[in-house]
Design a protein around this ligand. Sequence first.
Ligand SMILES: Nc1nc2c(ncn2[C@@H]2O[C@H](COP(=O)(O)OP(=O)(O)OP(=O)(O)O)[C@@H](O)[C@H]2O)c(=O)[nH]1
Ligand SMILES: [Mg+2]
Length: 363
Amino acid sequence: MFNVKEDLKERALLVGLVRKSTDKEKELHELNELEALAKTAGAVPVEKIIQIRDKVDPAYFIGKGKAKTLYDIDVEIILFNESLSPSQIINLEELTQKKVLDRQDIILDIFAQHARTKSAKIEVELAQLNYNLTRLKGYGHELSRLGGGIGTRGPGEKKLEVDRRKIRKRIDHLKKELKKVERTREIQRSHRDGILTVAILGYTNSGKSTLLNAFTNANASVNDQLFVTLDPLTRKGITNKENRFLLIDTVGFIRGIPTQIMASFKSTLEEAIKANIRLIMVDISSEKFDEELKETVKVMEQLNIIEADNILVFNKVDRVVDSTFLNHLKRQNPDAVFISAKKKIGLNNLLDRIDDYKKRFRN
Ligand SMILES: Nc1nc2c(ncn2[C@@H]2O[C@H](COP(=O)(O)OP(=O)(O)OP(=O)(O)O)[C@@H](O)[C@H]2O)c(=O)[nH]1
Ligand SMILES: [Mg+2]
């Protein structure tokens, strides 16, 4: 049957660039992740290409010759795996006659669509407007070039402001609103005195919300998509020794997370920063789980929480069939806890670890 809705979706070509042909495999993995991002944003990825070049072309990123060939590909969007400069975007759009977006655009678009609460909406719109401002700098070029669809909508499907003067005014307004939200959160936190707070951090799709649901009756949204959770969600949990604790689920991380997002999500991440313990979730069934852990550690370093009390949690053990791999990982990470949040395996060990911290917390 002819599917009208599907037909209205924007088709996307995904483009990656590598400096050496040996980096192709890693780039392909990243393009697969970009494909998941594009789908989550509502696009239909139709093709992936990887260009090999010693150096990035300052004018056309992948080089003018290669860029020219993209004109003939039947898609609405060309999605690049790296950030593009404003002039590269303009040049590429002129040459290909298609909408050109980068990794940050697509992440921001997903965030805009998934923002539910007032604070998440403010944070996302702030990040989008700040990102767009950097692109308007020095160019008379208007973002209205994008028309509609992915890359142009703010939270609640509202069209994003494109006028530079109005963007600045809107940013000032949003910042004031965010201050109010932060004050409310601060008050809420001060009411929690004496209860151990445990935040769940980790790469997107690692199973953070699944763990929250397993430990509490949170009913948090769980989905095999990226960035399902944006707002911190706090629920009460209890250990086997009847110690009460507060478990906080929060926004996931991803490679190349826009710095604007990091800055805007500071108030959301504050929940994790201020928590007594952080569970660092890793999906060990992911092919590149080590890279994902590295990315998480990088963000935690930026937030200055890497030296604090953290428990490494390897999740989705039920999906690992290779016991040699699992044993090797256990030997390498003697302090980590291995669980399946979904199948409820190893959860008691994790609760016992929280109890251990609770003892120290009291003293
Ligand atoms: N097999 C298996 N799947 C799991 C496990 N934990 C989570 N999942 C699945 O992994 C997917 C992502 O889980 P979520 O809990 O939504 O992950 P998240 O970290 O909250 O993701 P975001 O909020 O999108 O960043 C879902 O399809 C879950 O059912 C597990 O232990 N085993
Ligand atoms: Mg989640």
